[in-house]
Design a protein around this ligand. Structure first.
Ligand SMILES: Nc1ncnc2c1ncn2[C@@H]1O[C@H](COP(=O)(O)OP(=O)(O)OP(=O)(O)O)[C@@H](O)[C@H]1O
Ligand SMILES: [Mg+2]
Length: 397
């Protein structure tokens, strides 16, 4: 790619656009796609930074989903007020806009500078329109060496058109793919339910067997209900429709909360559960409820897949930029040949399927939440020895 794009001709810019569009069309992972779009927007308009805000028509809100200048994905979900922002104006009026001095513009959302610590000197924004409806806003800021022009606007509108098609495609793909899997997964519990109901109705069941069957009915219904809510959570996380409620909080307290919740369970089951935390841990920014859910899912696995009188250890330590949280168990472990699959939706290790109940969605949810916070998750495991999951999360203190 040429470095000095300000001298490139209009023809070059459209050529650039065609190359980018081909790349966008083949990307089906929504988050990767959005980050490619913001990079492309900077490139074609000679801007320093770019961001995408998506519009939620149900809540009538706009929220950040991708940006070149947010080093972690933490700011994702940050809500921008419709009434008091240039992006909101673009949604309402369905028009592109060039603003030379946004700080002086009444519509500018002043808090955004504080959040991103970037001074906004000039801005070009366009609506992302799909079938006449706004699905979001693409904004570029700080034109390199000058002001945004009508030509920049035209090129960005062309990119926006391609980007919208790609976003809609990826959403549709995600939906159809997931719905197929979901339907496949609910078939088994549904047929168990239907068989049990049929038998109960036929009066061929002895009284003493009835209770047993009703227990089965109840547990299958519970399993379906768990699967539905995990599936919904996961779909929202994957499609970028989940908005993180970001606050600053004490991760040490969160881990103590998790220990308390799971400890009730482990005491009943005769498992030993140790918590090892340093005296202090830095505060972090994130969605407390979501992160709690992620650690609870990991701890639930450590309980479920443990052996009789086994042990669980939850510990954490602070590094330079990262906090590391480790959850280890002394359970059945994961065979090497299946280790690469356990984060896939609905995947459950074959030797565990008949022994331990579950939907196979827990770890997919965990991975989305951790990655959504700019963190990472990995694990090591040995069959009949145990499994250790390691989560790292960035802290900003
Ligand atoms: N700590 C662990 N020890 C051994 N196997 C594990 C552990 N954690 C996960 N697994 C394996 O990975 C699979 C996927 O885990 P995941 O949490 O996604 O599903 P689940 O626990 O079966 O169901 P759910 O969490 O949705 O109720 C599990 O079914 C299990 O086979
Ligand atoms: Mg699980």
């Amino acid at each position: 790619m040429k470095k000095n794009k300000s001298r490139s001709t209009l023809l070059n810019r459209y050529q650039q656009l065609i190359n980018i569009s081909c790349d966008l069309a083949s990307e089906l992972d929504l988050n990767i796609l959005l980050s490619k779009i913001v990079d492309a927007a900077c490139e074609v308009s000679d801007a320093e930074e770019a961001s995408i805000l998506l519009y939620d028509p149900h809540k009538n809100t706009l929220y950040f989903q991708a940006a070149t200048n947010l080093d972690s994905l933490l700011k994702r979900g940050l809500v921008v007020p419709l009434e008091k922002s240039i992006a909101g104006w673009i949604v309402t009026n369905q028009e592109a806009v060039i603003v030379d001095n946004p700080q002086k513009d009444k519509r500018h959302f002043n808090d955004i500078g504080k959040i991103t610590s970037i001074e906004c000197k000039s801005l070009l924004g366009i609506p992302l329109l799909s079938k006449g409806k706004v699905i979001g806003v693409l904004e570029v800021i700080n034109k390199k060496g000058g002001a945004f022009t009508k030509e920049d606007q035209d090129v960005l509108l062309a990119l926006g058109g391609q980007a919208t098609v790609a976003i809609e495609n990826s959403r549709l793909f995600l939906q159809s793919d997931s719905i197929g899997e979901f339907v496949h997964e609910i078939r088994t519990p549904l047929s168990a339910l239907s068989a049990a109901a049929h038998l109960l109705k036929s009066n061929r069941v002895h009284e003493d067997q009835k209770k047993k069957m009703i227990d089965i009915l109840e547990s299958e219904i519970q399993a379906l209900s768990n699967m539905s809510s995990s599936f919904l959570d996961l779909s929202r996380l994957e499609s970028g429709r989940k908005q993180y409620n970001v606050i600053e909080f004490n991760i040490r307290d969160l881990l103590i909360d998790c220990h308390e919740i799971i400890n009730n369970e482990t005491q009943k089951l005769n498992l030993q559960f140790e918590l090892e935390l340093p005296a202090t841990l830095p505060r972090i920014r994130g969605d407390r409820k979501q992160l709690k859910q992620a650690f609870i899912n990991l701890l639930n696995n450590a309980v479920k897949f443990n052996k009789d009188e086994g042990e669980i250890l939850l510990k954490a330590h602070q590094g330079k930029d990262l906090i590391t949280i480790v959850i280890s168990d002394t359970g059945m472990g994961i065979p090497e040949e299946e280790q690469s699959k356990i984060f896939e939706k609905f995947y459950r290790v074959s030797s565990h399927r008949d022994q331990v109940p579950g939907t196979g969605l827990g770890l997919s949810v965990v991975k989305q939440i951790i990655q959504g916070h700019g963190g990472e998750i990995s694990f090591t495991s040995e069959v009949n020895v145990g499994t250790t999951f390691t989560v790292t999360l960035p802290h900003e203190v």
